[in-house]
Design a protein around this ligand. Sequence first.
Ligand SMILES: Cc1cc2nc3c(=O)[nH]c(=O)nc-3n(C[C@H](O)[C@H](O)[C@H](O)COP(=O)(O)OP(=O)(O)OC[C@H]3O[C@@H](n4cnc5c(N)ncnc54)[C@H](O)[C@@H]3O)c2cc1C
Length: 404
Amino acid sequence: MTWDLIIIGGGASGIFCAANAIEKFPQKRILVLEKSDKLLSKVRISGGGRCNVTHACPEISNLIKFYPRGGKKLIPLFKQFDCNQTATWFEKRGVKLKTEPDGRVFPVTNSSDTIIECLKKIIHKSVEIRFSEAVQSIIPLPKGGFELKGKNELYFCEHVFVAAGGIPKLQGYNWLDPLAFRIEPPVPSLFTFNIQEAKLHALSGISVKNAYIKISGTKIEAYGPLLITHWGLSGPATLKLSAFGARIVEEKKYQFEIQVRWDADWTEEWLRNCISDYASSHPLRKIANHSLFNLPQRIWLYLVDASNISSDQIWSQLSKKSNNRLIENLFRMPFQVAGKTTYKDEFVTCGGISLDEIDLHTMQSKKWPGLYVGGEILDIDGLTGGFNFQSAWASGYVAAQNIF
Ligand SMILES: Cc1cc2nc3c(=O)[nH]c(=O)nc-3n(C[C@H](O)[C@H](O)[C@H](O)COP(=O)(O)OP(=O)(O)OC[C@H]3O[C@@H](n4cnc5c(N)ncnc54)[C@H](O)[C@@H]3O)c2cc1C
């Protein structure tokens, strides 16, 4: 028996493709092969069980900036299915959504089950699912179509959509060898930084709103809220830096230096002038006692201490050397990162099937007509905030529009 379409992987991209294909072509025979015993298992645990479906990001030119891998190449994809279309798609099918102040979009129920039920309802009855069926190879047939070797059976199909998700190790792509795709070596993205410094850990829970951080010796930088944790640094700025620097820090075996500016808007000259003015107008005030620049008092104390300024030193006694050290620590405080920690169990894979292999107007393979690819198995990954689902939905949708 030959299927019209076989979808490999019952995750976000695969099931979104199945739902859109069956809605558009109800007469087609579609089969999903899923290696585990569940559909949409990452959707279930996503966003802390709430599923951050997409982001309120109406401009495509802005949206692509959230994809360290993908970027401008994603324009043809998002032109066909952007964040607004994701929201409209779910709302038309009865899922009410809400946008949080930071732009993340969730179902109003605050439950990922709402998204899962919506998708299952569409594919229920008309799309066949085989569980515990890991596809082990895809062989293009000389007269067109494909032979898929499952763990249990051989399958034949006219079209195939490969949506097997992120694969953390290069050997994990061996089953795709017959397709001779270029694979960008996979490395983790979206993690927090371990910094072994007890005095920093003591500030755990304190954050600044708009820090600037940079990987020393590189041009990789990020802006945004920075959170101090009991193991180092986290928060949006750290996650952003981990995503944009994913490859470089893997090469450094996660041992590298970062520099922190505690407010991205400062300039060094402005800081120097402010400190000088403050010292002249408050010469007898103890430096440690009053935080400057609206920094949380405990961070100020930490910076004063790190600049070797004693707790009872007054501004008029501040030596030029200590003054310079304080400015350095405010403007580019160095931290040695020694390892990484996953952020709330959320991670994505940087790397995968090279985007040069795929026509991003259709998601079809350039080498193998009839074979389509979507989701995280591609060399696409986004920052946290709903961007990873956005590319998974979009690639599933675009493939479904173009397969038949
Ligand atoms: C804890 C966590 C929370 C997250 N939260 C969010 C969030 O809130 N918002 C967001 O945008 N992103 C989030 N992400 C990222 C997001 O979940 C993924 O980017 C997205 O699920 C990718 O979709 P996909 O369909 O490509 O892959 P997946 O959802 O991983 O699905 C792939 C499927 O393929 C199956 N499979 C693999 N190999 C085979 C094979 N050989 N044969 C058959 N089946 C196979 C797998 O079992 C799996 O079911 C989160 C990730 C994690 C880990």
